[in-house]
Ligand binder design. Sequence first.
Ligand SMILES: Nc1ncnc2c1ncn2[C@@H]1O[C@H](COP(=O)(O)OP(=O)(O)O)[C@@H](O)[C@H]1O
Ligand SMILES: [Mg+2]
Length: 306
Amino acid sequence: MTILNFGSLNIDHVYRVDTFVQPGETKHSKAYMINSGGKGLNQSIAAAKAGSLVFHAGLAGRDGGFLLEKLQAAGVNTSLMQASPEVSGHAIIQVADSGQNSILLYGGTNQMLTEVYIDQTLDAFGDDGLVLLQNETNLVGEIIEKASKKGLKVALNAAPYSDKVQTYPINLLDWLIVNEVEGAEIAGGEADEGLLQRLADLYPQTGILLTLGSQGAQCVQNGHYSSIGSCKVKAVDTTAAGDTFSGFFLYGVMEGLSIAETLRLATVASAICVQRPGAADSIPTLTEVRQAMKDGSLTPPEVQEW
Ligand SMILES: Nc1ncnc2c1ncn2[C@@H]1O[C@H](COP(=O)(O)OP(=O)(O)O)[C@@H](O)[C@H]1O
Ligand SMILES: [Mg+2]
């Protein structure tokens, strides 16, 4: 089955500094890198590398050519995207010698989706498949409603969390994907052992995937609960770990693999991702994941089901 991701795309401008620039100060940076980013781009790439047929939807800004190339190089279909004369979403990131970062975001074309474009794109996509969203674009609630009305499956990664999430029709989703921070914001209270259950009680019709960093991940669908730990690896950069997990998880459920097998693949894929620096470039292919499992270099923990 096919995935249509109304997803964010970002250009990350990364500057190395000794310490962050202060109010009123002008300073030279030590190095500059330009990276592709955005949870939408990462999740399209992860799902495509897992083996799904993925259409990325959204507006490519006038400076967004390399983002399109990045998607295409990973096998993502960009034919439903539209060109825009505005600037793409971007981030100005300072990375200090302390290792801390300081990030200024501009939504750009990620925040300029229109109902007309959404309707056109849903019509062109057809009636079979899954619509994927993150909380980095505008009109998220409207897209959930429109896609659900067409009978499409819908998954939302409610990241990064904002108060707007509470206004989305979460009960219409087939899958709500959150980490412990986003889950606790939605359900209220602490990110404790009861969190998955509290989310399930709030949204009994919705499948819920809760990722817990190095603690692993849990999910529930139709009263069927599953949980898996994480692979013991040396993490060098956890950027895109959650996006990798989401992409492989959705591939597995869409292909009709068992939840246990799906969780194993997503866990090994994310463990490979955190061992590599970078974001989209650190996402492995399904072939790499299966090879790591076969040669024993990564063994997923046992899945518990109840
Ligand atoms: N330090 C780590 N070691 C091994 N696996 C990890 C580590 N951090 C994350 N993962 C894997 O990546 C998945 C997603 O990470 P998580 O931090 O929950 O997502 P997010 O990036 O959205 O916060 C986890 O469920 C786990 O499988
Ligand atoms: Mg995390």
